[in-house]
Design a protein around this ligand. Structure first.
Ligand code: MG
Length: 375
């Protein structure tokens, strides 16, 4: 089989309500933008994948990639990973092209990708992942609602200029909902500066927060320090003894090797669209397994990125929790998955199924793609 066409389309979905991502202070998000990768082959099978788009930076990517990818066998994933690695020398993070290869391979063999990578589990416990900073009352209402939907865990954002404000919310949730599992994400791994005032935690601050969260019995504290502060993470982990997670914006094998060798984290969070592709994420899962660590892939991109990561989770025995991005009214399943035929949902027990169709397992909505395509 050969790749005969590559197109990258910018999709732009207007959110019904503006969304205020905690990790982008000062940026009211009005659109969900996606770079949709479409790989065509000489056997008539088309593979799709998607990456996050901030603006129109993806418009020329298809043209740029064509000379590197045309004529290649989509089954030769390692060969194409090398090409995507070389794109990083230009400052381009194009790992999200790789899941499109797996979409082709799975469709050619008529199996979901997780079956090709080890086929460990068909469903995973989902946690509701918030995206905004909200006051106590609003967050309590949210937790009540997600509990009714079946979720057994919630991830709160800590990104106020004074972390004590966030702690009030966490304490209130703990008090009112003693049974729900709590996760906290500080989003300090890849702090975005320049749009609004963003908080910054040093090791001492991270330690104070972690000590208080330990009392609340959180499942893990995510990204309290910079994503490459391997040493700081190690010190924090040793001093507080709370589970630390991170890695959503770390890339490729060597950065994850450093996170492991430095004993920085308990839970690695590779994202198949950001960290090196599905194959690299599965390898990272294996490295983590060998060191007695868990993985909990990051999924906060689009529904198709979510599907790619669910395929990885289905193949990893050391993955217990799946991130389910959910923050209505701005970030609804419909807004997240706007170009899928059906939004991804959980079952009443709080589990999410690995999409079981061939390839990445989901069907795309061609009408939605035509409607929201800007290129
Ligand atoms: Mg995170």
């Amino acid at each position: 089989m050969r790749i005969t066409g590559i197109t990258v389309k910018l999709l732009e979905y207007p959110l019904e309500q503006p969304f205020y991502p905690a990790w982008l202070p000062g940026y009211p998000q009005a659109f969900h933008r996606v770079n949709l990768v479409i790989l065509e082959t000489d056997e008539g099978i088309t593979g799709y994948s998607a990456g996050f788009a901030f603006g129109q930076e993806g418009l020329k990517l298809g043209e740029l990639l064509a000379p590197f990818l045309l004529g290649r066998d989509p089954f030769n994933v390692e060969e194409i990973i090398k090409i995507l690695r070389s794109a990083t020398f230009l400052g381009l993070r194009l790992w999200y092209v790789e899941p499109a290869l797996w979409d082709i391979i799975g469709k050619a063999l008529n199996v979901p990708v997780y079956k090709l990578l080890g086929g460990y589990q068909e469903r995973i416990k989902a946690y509701a992942s918030t995206g905004e900073l909200k006051g106590v009352e609003e967050r309590l209402e949210y937790v009540e609602q997600i509990q009714k939907l079946g979720f057994r865990a919630v991830k709160l954002r800590f990104h106020s200029l004074d972390w004590r404000e966030d702690m009030k919310v966490a304490r209130a949730v703990r008090e009112h909902f003693p049974k729900i599992e709590l996760i906290v994400d500080a989003n300090m791994g890849w702090r975005v500066a320049g749009l609004g005032e963003a908080p910054h935690w040093d090791l001492a601050t991270a330690q104070r927060v972690a000590e208080e969260l330990k009392e609340l019995g959180v499942l893990w504290l995510e990204e309290p320090l910079d994503k490459n502060d391997y040493h700081g993470y190690r010190l924090l982990r040793q001093r507080v003894g709370i589970a630390l997670a991170g890695g959503e914006m770390n890339s490729d094998l060597h950065e994850f090797r450093e996170l492991i060798l430095n004993q920085s984290l308990d839970i690695l969070q590779p994202d198949a669209t950001l960290s090196g592709g599905i194959l690299t994420a599965k390898k990272i899962g294996g490295m983590a397994e060998a060191f007695g660590l868990r993985i909990a892939p990051h999924t906060w991109t689009s529904g198709l990125g979510f599907a790619a990561n669910l395929q990885v989770m289905g193949a990893c025995p050391n993955c217990e929790w799946a991130e389910f991005p959910y923050e209505p009214p701005g970030w609804t399943p419909q807004a997240r998955d706007f170009f899928l035929k059906k939004p991804l949902t959980i079952d009443p027990d709080g589990y999410i199924s690995v999409p079981l169709g061939p390839g990445l397992g989901v069907e795309l909505d061609e009408d939605a793609i035509a409607r929201y395509a800007k290129s």
